[in-house]
Design a protein around this ligand. Structure first.
Ligand SMILES: Nc1nc2c(ncn2[C@@H]2O[C@H](COP(=O)(O)OP(=O)(O)OP(=O)(O)O)[C@@H](O)[C@H]2O)c(=O)[nH]1
Ligand SMILES: [Mg+2]
Length: 291
């Protein structure tokens, strides 16, 4: 009998959760950037193996703050921890644990019996696996702990073995050829947001959201899609547009190139910048954006 399980991925911002989900699912499921708090939703990736199917729930990095957006992101993560048959706790070996890691470990206490731990970034020059393992052992003495590099894709077979080892028997939820269940309009918006985060990381990474506006089929069977890049201030509009439109052109070209690898039809983007003041403090807007 095949196995199947929901696996919620827990970790601090930038621990490498999305990188790991992409590596395990064998495709781009979730966007990645060096900026903490890149992921904003519980993004589902699907792993299909002879043993069965795992549905991975990527989550926003666990971060404590009074800001409305951060609270919302934290709720998304905590809800996913409750939903997972298994919780995969990813800890970054290259960083000192500290207060944020402590708060996350506290939040994972309820999941202690469902926990698998992976120490990540073993490839990093400043990685200290022993430090991370000591932190985990003091709080979750019974948890199975693996060592991986999500970036270099090492230790992943052992990790999958551990996850399937804990997965209950059950039917697959998705067809075998799926590696994510996300709607194309959401995936496209996320790829655009990734390019914005990569190129504007100093100035405004968290001030932007990407809003789907419209789309139509083009004559060659492709998709023409309109998105608004929404910022909070007029001054940020200039940054996203860039000198003579250079930045928005770069964002569009990089996004289109990546979309060409994901979809088997061409996607052409029409991007516009719009200002929506204080959207991060607007409860209704956050409800629409973060689910
Ligand atoms: N050296 C090294 N870097 C890694 C590894 N895994 C992820 N990274 C890098 O860490 C940064 C953050 O990666 P993400 O996958 O976006 O991290 P995340 O946990 O999803 O972050 P949030 O969505 O913000 O919570 C990126 O620059 C990745 O390239 C790893 O195994 N080794
Ligand atoms: Mg992420």
């Amino acid at each position: 009998m095949a196995k199947s399980a929901f696996v919620a991925i827990a970790g601090r911002p930038s621990a490498g959760k999305s990188t790991l989900v992409n590596a395990l699912c064998g495709g781009k499921v979730s966007i990645v950037s060096p900026v903490p708090q890149t992921t904003r939703n519980a993004v589902r990736g699907i792993v299909n193996r002879p043993e069965g199917q795992l549905v991975l729930l990527d989550t926003p990095g666990y971060h404590i703050s009074d800001k409305r957006l951060n609270k919302k992101l934290k709720d998304v993560a905590v809800d996913a921890f409750a939903d997972g048959d298994i919780v995969l706790y990813l800890i970054d070996a290259s960083r000192e644990p500290g207060a944020e890691e402590e708060a996350l470990a506290e939040a994972l206490k309820n999941a202690a019996t469902r926990l698998v731990v992976a120490v990540n970034k073993l490839d990093a020059r400043d990685a200290d696996a022993a430090r991370a393992k000591a932190f985990v052992a003091a709080r979750f003495p019974d948890a199975q702990v693996l060592e991986i590099s999500a970036l270099e894709k090492t230790g992943l077979d052992e990790l999958l073995k551990a996850l399937f080892g804990r997965a209950p028997e059950g039917p697959a939820w998705y067809p075998e050829e799926y590696y994510t269940d996300q709607e194309p309009v959401f995936r496209i918006a996320e790829i655009i947001r990734e390019k914005i985060m990569l190129h504007t990381r100093e100035e405004l990474p968290h001030a932007v959201y990407v809003s789907y506006e419209d789309s139509r089929k083009s004559e060659d069977g492709g998709l023409e899609a309109e998105y608004d890049l929404v910022v909070e201030r007029d001054s940020q509009k200039g940054i996203v547009i860039g000198k003579g439109g250079a930045m928005i052109k770069l964002i569009r070209e990089e996004a289109e190139a990546e979309l060409a690898e994901i979809f088997d039809f061409p996607v052409r983007l029409r991007l516009q910048v719009r200002v929506d003041p204080d959207w991060r403090r607007d409860e209704k807007r956050l409800k629409d954006l973060i689910f």
